[in-house]
Design a protein around this ligand. Structure first.
Ligand code: ZN
Length: 145
């Protein structure tokens, strides 16, 4: 797992922008705490929280936050689904990362209740890097009252 090497926040109507620098080609970064901070700073008690990753080779998902072998196994499976292929035509050479990003997706929507994210006991929010290391952004928008 990667530690944050760069971090900034800008807020406007409950929107937070957070920048992470991922440490490897493929990496999962647990951003649950940062998203929860964005929810708390929004002041919203009941509503929804949208987390959006504005990149084509990085994604966001919710999955187990207890056993580090779970992200490892998911990446193992994604590498079987979308391995590096010489047949890929994209000149940048990172089509496998583009495919994984499309499979996982650029955003998630979560329920906010009591001023906190509603997550299952074992769930965490994971930023997924598939073509690192790069400096990345994550946008959080909290809607509600
Ligand atoms: Zn590309």
């Amino acid at each position: 797992m990667t530690t944050l090497s760069e971090f900034s926040v800008s807020t406007c109507s409950g929107t937070a922008k957070k920048i992470y620098s991922a440490g490897g080609k493929t990496d999962w970064i647990n951003i649950t705490g940062e998203v929860q901070k964005a929810v708390a700073s929004s002041g919203v008690r009941e509503g929804v929280c949208v987390v959006f990753v504005p990149h084509t080779t990085a994604a966001v998902t919710v999955n187990e936050n207890a056993d580090p072998n779970v992200p490892r196994d998911i990446n193992f499976a994604l590498n079987m689904v979308s391995p590096e292929r010489i047949e890929f035509a994209h000149s940048e050479g990172n089509s496998a990362a583009h495919v994984k990003t499309t499979l996982v997706g650029p955003s998630i929507t979560l329920i906010v209740t009591g001023g906190k994210l509603l997550l299952g006991t074992w769930q965490g929010i994971w930023f997924n890097e598939y073509d690192g290391p790069r400096t990345r952004k994550v946008y959080v928008r909290v809607l509600g009252e």
